[in-house]
Design a protein around this ligand. Structure first.
Ligand code: NAD
Length: 290
């Protein structure tokens, strides 16, 4: 039987609606939740993500401060801008769109963000809090995947989750969140050093692909009845498409014949990432002492 396709858009809209209601409560207290989004350069994927974030903020009656910088911006200029945003009481969250131009040290820039405004959850303080299970900002994509999994009529406790990818923004935090007591999965992390990837993926009750490799996960690598979450967003050339490319995930669509549940690309994890970002901005604004 074909997999049930998980509609990330619908789940994300519920979370965005909840954010909108919390934003309205804050507005009554004179606080307008505000996210500053900093983009350096003209990377087309970054610009399209930023546009989607701005639209989501506006729809939730939150403020988006769009800050566009030339690709030639210096590291010092960027760090000065972050310092100003840290001190700006009207700004509750700061998001620096990655990747940054090569001459800028991303780690230095992320570390310069006030952890109280780190709504992307990439600051070392946020990462540390997450690992220790303390309150803080969770990174949006892993948190979105978790929220999606919790919507399914599937028990996560004791399930074997296999995460393909170990990046700091997706695979590693996701593996951590899945092992928390409130999820209770047993986790295997696969990466470029993994020998015989299929041997591991075939054992997964929950398979999460976050490798950035188009159609890496084939049907023969999936256990029948598994839950498959496709985090990948890859641009592949397509001469029949208007802009010359199309988006595809890390999971071969034919996996739908093996899996019980599958997220589509686009329309699966992507919308959840934005919804969790809005939730983090609200969390930051609610923490403001008045
Ligand atoms: P990354 O390149 O930083 O990390 C990829 C990871 O996958 C690495 O840890 C690597 O070891 C592993 N990997 C690569 N090829 C592999 C292979 N053949 N076998 C096993 N492991 C392999 O990428 P990232 O930033 O973690 O993003 C991963 C994917 O998720 C990308 O397609 C990205 O566009 C997408 N993404 C989507 C969202 C969203 O909101 N939907 C958010 C962030 C990233």
């Amino acid at each position: 039987m074909a997999a049930h396709i998980i509609d990330g858009k619908t789940v994300s809209l519920k979370i965005r609606e909840e954010a909108k209601q919390r934003a309205a409560v804050l507005r009554e207290k004179g606080i307008i939740p505000c996210l500053a989004v900093v983009v350096a350069g003209e990377d087309p994927a970054s610009l399209s993500y930023v546009k989607a974030k701005g639209k989501a903020l506006a729809e939730a009656d939150m403020e988006g401060r769009d800050i566009r910088l030339p690709a030639a911006v210096t590291e010092t200029e960027l760090l000065d801008l972050i310092a100003n945003l840290n001190n700006d009481e009207k700004v509750h969250g700061i998001l620096v769109q990655l990747p940054l131009p090569r001459h800028i040290d991303e780690n230095k820039v992320i570390a310069a963000i006030d952890p109280a405004k780190d709504v992307d959850g990439f600051h070392p303080v946020s990462a540390g809090n997450m690992i220790l299970g303390r309150p803080g900002f969770l990174p949006c994509t892993p948190h979105g995947v978790l929220a999606l999994l919790k919507e399914l009529p599937v028990s996560l406790s004791g399930a074997h989750a296999v995460v393909v990818g170990r990046s700091n923004i997706v695979g590693t935090p996701l593996a951590n969140l899945l092992t928390r007591r409130n999820v209770n999965a047993t986790v295997t992390v696969c990466h470029t050093g993994t020998k015989d990837l299929a041997r591991h993926t075939l054992q997964a009750d929950i398979l999460i692909a976050a490798a950035g490799k188009p159609a890496l996960i084939k049907p023969e690598m999936v256990k029948p009845g598994a839950v498959v979450i496709d985090v990948g967003v890859n641009r592949v050339e397509d001469s029949s498409a208007k802009n010359g490319y199309r988006l595809c995930g890390d999971v071969d669509p034919a996996v739908a014949e093996k899996a019980a549940y599958l997220t589509p690309v686009p329309g699966g994890v992507g919308p959840m990432t934005i919804a969790m970002l809005l939730r983090n901005v609200i969390q930051a604004a609610e923490a403001v002492k008045i």
